[in-house]
Design a protein around this ligand. Structure first.
Ligand code: DQA
Length: 144
């Protein structure tokens, strides 16, 4: 089984970016933990990060034909306004889980709205890097 993990804009600078909100680990360190968890669950995992909306849309399109069984996406700021990413996810028939490191409901009002969430299977928010790991457990249960 193969899953795709997508990290959106500004997540490439994790570790240096508001550590009190996002934690002190770099994206590389988080990706290592994702890879370790994938091994434990028997998943093959591909990890993709981009600061560009169109690149993320095209990566999601690649899941129309490629054999991914599920996607975990932290759309970062795009969560709150990207109809293009929302529409791309809506095309897919595999489970897609939206994740956030921080609790988006406990922050500025604009973060409590996700235009992505309604086209995802579910959303996990506020658990730090564990949001990704819990989403992987959920995919394991969801993928037949
Ligand atoms: C985030 C929350 C978003 O509101 C923010 O724009 C991010 C990161 C999170 O993981 O907590 O870039 O998606």
């Amino acid at each position: 089984m193969k899953i795709l993990v997508i990290h959106g804009p500004n997540l490439n600078v994790l570790g240096k970016r508001n550590p009190s909100i996002y934690g002190g680990k770099s994206l590389g360190e988080i990706n290592k933990l994702i890879e370790k968890k994938a091994k434990e669950l028997g998943f093959e995992v591909e990890i993709f990060q981009s600061n560009f909306e169109g690149d993320i849309v095209e990566k999601i399109h690649s899941a129309i034909d490629l054999e991914y069984h599920g996607i975990i996406i932290n759309p970062a700021a795009f969560s709150h306004y990207s109809i293009a990413i929302r529409d791309a996810i809506e095309i897919l028939e595999i489970p897609v889980i939206e994740v956030h490191l921080s609790n988006v409901f406990a922050r500025e009002d604009f973060r409590s709205k996700s235009v992505i969430a309604p086209v995802c299977s579910g959303q996990i928010t506020g658990l730090g890097l564990n949001s990704y790991l819990v989403a992987m457990d959920a995919l394991k249960l969801m993928i037949k």
